[in-house]
Design a protein around this ligand. Structure first.
Ligand code: ADP
Length: 461
C-alpha cells in the first residue's frame, strides 16, 4: 500500500473532538470539513473548520450525525479523502466504516470487520479468551432465559453485573445483590440497551468489589506493527462513567504495567488491529487483572496519554490511515522503545451538570466564560465561549481540562489551581465537585477505586 498525505478530511462528529481533529489536520496542513446539525449552527466546531455543511435537515438532533448515506454523499460531493469519526456517533459503526471504504473514502479507524470482532462485549470477551487473556468470570453467551442467569448466580454468587452486549458510556448495566435484583436487572438492562443501542442482548459478569479501571492505549499501522502508549487510570467514576482520568497509574508495579501492556498488545494482535484503540481492564485489590473490552476508536481521555508521551495520537491516527508505517519519520515510532513517558497528567471532564441536583444537565446561555491557562494546562473545548448557548440536545461535556506535572501531586495542584481559575456563569457546572475530587487525600495518593465517589458523599456540593 502506498502512503498518501490527505488533502481534505471530514470530521463526522461535533463538539470538542471535532475541534481536536481539526487542530491535528491544521498541524498536518490538511483542509478540514465540518458537518453540523441545525441545533449546532452556532457551535464552535462549525467555525473552526475550513468548510462546514449543514446535515440532517428536519431530523432529530442526534440523528443528524448518524445519517450514514447523507454524510458519505456529502463527503464525495466536496472531495473529502478520509473521514475521522471521533468518538460516539458513527465511530463504532462497522457499516459506516465499510460504506466509506466502498466509496473510496478512507475511514480513519479499524476496519468494519475488526469493529465487529470487538464492538460487542460478548464477542470481545471470546476474542480475549482466544488470545490467552483473562476475562472477568461471566457467561459466554447472552442470557436467553432466567434459568441460565440463576444458574450463573448459584455457581458464582452475588454481586453480579448485568451488562448489555452492545452497551457503552455506562448505559445498559445493572448491579444485582440478590435474585430479585438479578431478575429485574435482566429486564432493565435489556430494555435500556434496546432503546439506546437497538440491541437488547445482555450477559452476566461477576461484580468485582472496588476494582480499579486501568486501560492501555494502542496504535497499529496497516502493516501489522503495533505499539502501546502505557496505561491510564480511569477509576474515578460516577455511575460507571469516567469523571477524572490520569496517567500513569500510581497503583501498579512496573511488572504489572508490563503485563497489562503485553496483554493489550496480544488482544490487538488477535484481530490484526490497526489505528488507535484502547484495551480496558479491571484490576482487583490483589493486583489480578481482567479484560473488560477493547474500544476501537479514540477516547475522550486520550489527552493524558498525549501529555505523558509527547505523542500526538490524533495526528498519528490520520497518518497511519494514510498508509504511513509507524517507523515513518513523520510518526517516528520505529519500535516500542521509542515511546517513553515523563511526568503525570490528569484530565477533568467539566460538564454543564448540577452536582447539587443529582448532576442534572443544565442549559442556557453562558453569560460569562473565562477559562484557565498557564503553565501545565491543556484545554479541549467545543462550544465554550461567552455568549454560547448550551442546548439540551447533546452530551453535557463543556471542556476537558488537562494538567501536567513532573509528579502526580504537582499535576493535581495545577489542576486545582486551573479549576479555581475558571469563571463560568449562566449555566451550572460540576467544577466545585471536581475541585473536591482533586484535592481529596485518597485522590492525591492515586488510590481511588471505582467506588470512590459513591463512598464519599461529601464530594458533592
Ligand atoms: P461501558 O462500555 O458502558 O463504559 P464498561 O464495560 O467499560 O462499560 O464498564 C464501565 C465501568 O463499569 C467500569 O469501569 C467499572 O467501573 C464498572 N464495571 C464494569 N464491569 C464490572 C465488573 N465486572 N465488576 C466491577 N465493576 C465493573
Amino acid at each position: 500500500m502506498q502512503k498518501r498525505k490527505f488533502k481534505k478530511i471530514m470530521a463526522a462528529n461535533r463538539g470538542e473532538i471535532s475541534v481536536r481533529i481539526f487542530r491535528a489536520c491544521a498541524e498536518l496542513g490538511i483542509r478540514m470539513v465540518a458537518i453540523y446539525s441545525e441545533e449546532d449552527k452556532l457551535s464552535l466546531h462549525r467555525y473552526k473548520a475550513d468548510e462546514a455543511y449543514l446535515i440532517g435537515k428536519g431530523k432529530a438532533p442526534v440523528e443528524a450525525y448518524l445519517g450514514i448515506d447523507e454524510i458519505i454523499a456529502l463527503a464525495l460531493k466536496v472531495g473529502v479523502e478520509a473521514i475521522h469519526p471521533g468518538y460516539g456517533f458513527l465511530s463504532e459503526n462497522a457499516e459506516f466504516a465499510e460504506k466509506c471504504e466502498a466509496n473510496g473514502i478512507v475511514f480513519i479507524g479499524p476496519t468494519g470487520e475488526m469493529q465487529r470482532a470487538l464492538g460487542d462485549k460478548v464477542a470481545g470477551r471470546k476474542m480475549a479468551t482466544a488470545a490467552g487473556v483473562n476475562v472477568v468470570p461471566g457467561t459466554e453467551d447472552p442470557i436467553e432465559r432466567e434459568e441460565d442467569a440463576l444458574k450463573f448466580a448459584k455457581q458464582y454468587g452475588y454481586p453480579i453485573i448485568v451488562k448489555a452486549a452492545a452497551g457503552g458510556g455506562g448505559r445498559g448495566m445493572r448491579v444485582a445483590h440478590n435474585q430479585k435484583e438479578l431478575l429485574e436487572g435482566l429486564v432493565a438492562a435489556g430494555s435500556e440497551a434496546k432503546a439506546a443501542f437497538g440491541n437488547a442482548a445482555v450477559f452476566l459478569e461477576r461484580y468485582l468489589e472496588n476494582p480499579k479501571h486501568i486501560e492501555v492505549q494502542v496504535l497499529g499501522d496497516n502493516y501489522g506493527n503495533l505499539v502501546h502508549f502505557f496505561e491510564r487510570d480511569c477509576s474515578v467514576q460516577r455511575r460507571h462513567q469516567k469523571v477524572v482520568e490520569f496517567a500513569p497509574s500510581l497503583c501498579i508495579t512496573p511488572e504489572l504495567r508490563e503485563e497489562l501492556c503485553d496483554a493489550a498488545l496480544k488482544i490487538a494482535r488477535q484481530v490484526n488491529y490497526r489505528n488507535a484503540g484502547t484495551v480496558e481492564f479491571l484490576v482487583d485489590q490483589q493486583g489480578r487483572y481482567y479484560f473488560m473490552e477493547m474500544n476501537p476508536r479514540i477516547q475522550v481521555e486520550h489527552t493524558v496519554t498525549e501529555m505523558i508521551t509527547g505523542r500526538n495520537l490524533v495526528q498519528n491516527q490520520i497518518l497511519v490511515a494514510g498508509g504511513y508505517a509507524l517507523s515513518d519519520p513523520e510518526i517516528n515510532i520505529p519500535s516500542q522503545g521509542a515511546i517513553n513517558m515523563r511526568g503525570y497528567a490528569i484530565q477533568c471532564r467539566v460538564t454543564t451538570e448540577d452536582p447539587a441536583n443529582n448532576f442534572a444537565p443544565d442549559f442556557g446561555m453562558l453569560t460569562t466564560y473565562r477559562s484557565a491557562a498557564g503553565c501545565g494546562v491543556r484545554l479541549d473545548a467545543g462550544n465554550a465561549t461567552t455568549g454560547a448557548r448550551i442546548t439540551p440536545h447533546y452530551d453535557s461535556l463543556l471542556v476537558k481540562v488537562g494538567t501536567w506535572g513532573l509528579t502526580f501531586p504537582e499535576a493535581a495542584h495545577i489542576m486545582d489551581r486551573a479549576l479555581r481559575e475558571f469563571r463560568i456563569r449562566g449555566v451550572k457546572t460540576n467544577i466545585a465537585f471536581l475541585e473536591n475530587v482533586v484535592t481529596h487525600p485518597v485522590f492525591l495518593e492515586g488510590k481511588c477505586d471505582t467506588s470512590f465517589i459513591d463512598k464519599h458523599p461529601e464530594l458533592l456540593v
